[in-house]
Design a protein around this ligand. Structure first.
Ligand SMILES: [Mg+2]
Length: 384
């Protein structure tokens, strides 16, 4: 169990936090190869806590794997998914630890295992600091440029936004300026705390960021149906260049999400509405969203996550991979999914950037607007 301080408080319509509280699961194969997985505490969204995830792993999920043959990892992952109701964070942690160990034992990065699972070509790493192709306008969340040599570390580079916590227009203005100065090119603004002033806050961010920075919004279920329509229409009218509005209404109100989407022009992304495949099918059937945000702590692991991304793409929905407020293990796993299969929208994987330090050896680092995964065996990470 880890508690990692944040350098800046993280504030949404649902919660305020100044630490990442998370459970790290470590799995060891008979040959000593280890794997890591993460179950973040998210009381306000999934209802999972560090204590509940630990109980689930110890009492229900670990017994599925202990003594089993890791060559049967796909069968074992399905058994983990079926072993109990919900507890998606705990399931994601265990499945990730298993896949990390399997990839490590096979001498391949997790992103390559994910590409094999998805039936797509393995992504190509690139050398950091050797120039390259830029970020392709941000349409695809991954850069795979075949540059190597020069002693530079080979990495998979995945573009990410950075979140601006909910706050006053003045606080948002200075936060937006600071993030842009640090090299982020896409800002995610938390709204939904006060419909009456949401437009003013978005305007403050747009003015501070300038015209060339991407601005996306996340209401985190904070609006009523009517408020959502009113605010989103006002945002469109104010022409503030909002690229997408995430989860305007309560997660379980799928009909409400469709009701809002039918009445506004800005694209709507489902987050808290979509945990797994059944939720995604309902969104597709009701035409309730233009895009979906896939997170490990909601869907129960990368194998389901990859299936959700494929199904959403097939149904014509936009795709994004995000994370909870979680640490480098969870974020690196999610970024490995993006490196493997790509997404239509730039990722939302800044969570570990908020941490004052990494409690791991190895693992992802952040560059301007990107998260970098070392080309390692598995995640290439260890607790220190
Ligand atoms: Mg969200």
């Amino acid at each position: 169990m880890l508690s990692i301080p944040l350098h800046t408080p993280f504030v949404t319509a649902l919660r305020r936090t100044s630490t990442i509280d998370t459970l790290i699961v470590s799995l060891e194969l008979a040959d000593g190869t280890t794997g890591l997985g993460e179950a973040p505490q998210v009381w306000a969204v999934t209802g999972d806590s560090v204590a509940s995830a630990a109980a689930c792993v110890e009492q229900v999920l670990a017994p599925v794997l202990v003594g089993a043959d890791s060559d049967d990892w796909d069968v074992l992952a399905a058994e983990v998914a079926r072993a109990c109701a919900r507890n998606f964070g705990a399931k994601a942690a265990v499945e990730t630890a298993l896949l990390d160990a399997v990839a490590r034992a096979s001498g391949m990065p997790l992103a390559h295992l994910f590409a094999d699972v998805a039936g797509v070509p393995r992504p190509v790493s690139r050398g950091v600091g050797l120039g390259g192709e830029g970020l392709g306008g941000g349409a695809v969340g991954v850069v795979g440029v075949g540059v190597a040599g020069g002693g530079a570390a080979a990495v998979f580079e995945v573009a990410t936004d950075v979140t601006i916590s909910a706050g006053s227009p003045e606080a948002l203005r200075s936060a937006a300026q600071a993030r842009v100065a640090e090299g982020f090119t896409r800002l995610k603004l938390k709204v939904g705390t006060d419909a009456a002033t949401d437009v003013a806050r978005v305007r403050a961010v747009r003015e501070a960021a300038g015209p060339d920075i991407g601005v996306r919004l996340d209401a985190n279920q904070g609006w009523s149906r009517e408020d959502a329509v009113a605010v989103i229409r006002a945002l469109a009218e104010a022409d503030l260049g909002v690229e997408i509005v995430e989860q305007p209404v309560a997660g379980e109100d799928v009909e409400g999400l469709a009701w809002v989407r039918e009445r506004v022009d800005l694209p709507i992304m489902a987050d808290e509405t979509v945990y797994g495949a059944t939720d995604l099918e309902r969104v597709i059937r009701l035409e309730a969203a233009d895009a979906v945000n896939v997170k490990l702590a909601k869907c129960g692991g990368p194998l389901t996550g990859l299936r959700l991304l494929a199904r959403a793409r097939e149904a014509g929905l936009g795709t994004m991979v995000g994370s909870m407020m979680e640490s480098h293990v969870g974020v690196a796993t999610a970024a490995s999914m993006v490196a493997a299969v790509g997404t239509s929208a730039v990722s939302d994987l800044d969570a570990a950037w908020w941490a004052t330090h990494s409690p791991y050896a190895g693992g992802p680092t952040y560059g301007p607007g990107v998260i970098r995964l070392p080309e390692a065996h598995g995640l290439g990470m260890a607790l220190v």
